[in-house]
Design a protein around this ligand. Structure first.
Ligand SMILES: O=c1ccn([C@@H]2O[C@H](COP(=O)(O)OP(=O)(O)O)[C@@H](O)[C@H]2O)c(=O)[nH]1
Ligand SMILES: O=C(O)[C@@H](COP(=O)(O)O)O[C@H]1O[C@H](CO)[C@@H](O)[C@H](O)[C@H]1O
Length: 322
């Protein structure tokens, strides 16, 4: 391992158990910081309610580390919005935010627009499909940000078991990470090779950094943020925290193949200025009669840094935007 990566790993890897929520609350109040938790959600009615309820119980009504919990509904066709609202989240539909910028599908769009509709100095992002969510995830992600002003962005790391037909297997999750993102980072951005879970869906950052970088659409958002924030703030402004174990709903290999295509497009755009825009991936399905070729669009788009969006400052100055 490169010595610079070994050094980074040593002094920028933390554990959630290193942080006490009451001590962090004191730090938060002393700094006058506010915290927004954002959950992007697409058809997550089964899991989003329990996550929001646990967050409110422990970190809003309990130790008030969190000032607002916002679910950004990406266009769910199930009861995600109602379940999240009933559990105590503020729910925003992605198409109701900055409609003048048009509609872009995908997770990255929900996260980009979340900057516009939240007011926290610190933002925490959580997937809405987590199973057995523990609010200490948020305590761990906030820990480095509330205790070290030199740290601006924190990624979660964890063991990633997979639910299989034979039951829960202790490892095996993070298939796009292991088969696409990690090889790409090691080859093209070796200074980022210390991240154990570079694509983790649980992370936190300072708004003042997040509003200065573009947001890649779809599933390119995590790789894009990691590369761009390291470029903007330097690797020592980035950290990772061990959150233990993370269980979530798993997509099919074919769906993850398309996710890998979006991650690859994001990397290509940062390496050789190609990739952002149209791009297709042909996958194959065996039918009764034949092997059918199915062409998917895996191109990604980039939304500009939120700081450049007219009205953003105003929205922030007014606090929350309806
Ligand atoms: O178009 C989308 C796709 C995904 N998501 C959300 O983004 C998170 C991560 O997506 P997913 O679970 O599909 O990815 P995985 O964790 O399986 O890689 C989840 O909360 C999804 O509901 C979203 O808001 N809009
Ligand atoms: O890490 C990964 O390989 C993928 C897929 O995870 P699984 O193989 O379904 O456990 O999951 C992550 O990647 C996505 C793209 O960055 C993120 O949006 C997800 O939040 C994250 O779970």
């Amino acid at each position: 391992m490169r010595t610079d990566v070994a050094h980074w790993l040593h002094h920028r890897t933390f554990r959630a158990s290193d942080y006490d929520p009451h001590r962090l609350l004191e730090q938060k109040r002393c700094q006058g910081s506010t915290v927004s938790v954002v959950l992007p959600a697409l058809d997550e009615e089964r899991t989003v309610g329990a996550i929001v309820a646990a967050l409110r119980r422990d970190l809003v009504d309990g130790v008030p580390l969190v000032d607002e919990v916002v679910v950004v509904d990406s266009g769910s066709t199930d009861r995600t919005a109602g379940v999240a609202g009933a559990a105590g989240a503020r729910v925003v539909h992605v198409d109701d935010v900055l409609p003048e910028h048009g509609h872009v599908p995908g997770k990255g769009e929900a996260l980009w627009k979340s900057l516009y509709v939240t007011s926290g100095d610190l933002l925490v992002f959580l997937d809405s499909d987590l199973v057995g969510f523990d609010p200490t995830f948020v305590v761990g992600l906030l820990g480095p940000l509330l205790t070290d002003p030199a740290i601006g962005y924190v990624k979660g790391l964890y063991d990633r078991p997979v639910d299989t037909h034979d039951g829960l297997v202790p490892t095996g999750g993070g298939r796009v990470t292991e088969l696409t993102a990690r090889p790409l980072l090691n080859a093209l951005w070796p200074h980022l090779s210390g991240f154990v879970q570079p694509l983790s869906g649980e992370y936190a950052g300072r708004r003042e950094l997040l509003e200065q970088v573009p947001f890649v659409s779809h599933y390119g958002v995590e790789l894009g943020l990691l590369v761009d924030l390291a470029d903007l703030a330097g690797i020592d402004a980035l950290a990772q925290v061990d959150l233990g174990t993370r269980r979530h709903s798993h997509q099919s290999d074919a769906a993850l193949g398309r996710m890998a295509g979006q991650v690859l497009q994001t990397a290509l755009a940062r390496c050789w200025g190609i990739g952002v825009g149209e791009d297709t991936l042909v996958q194959y399905v065996r039918t009764e009669a034949e092997i059918e070729a199915v062409t998917w669009e895996v191109g990604v788009r980039e939304r500009p840094p939120m700081r450049s969006v007219p009205g953003y400052r105003g929205a922030r100055a007014r606090g929350r935007v309806r």
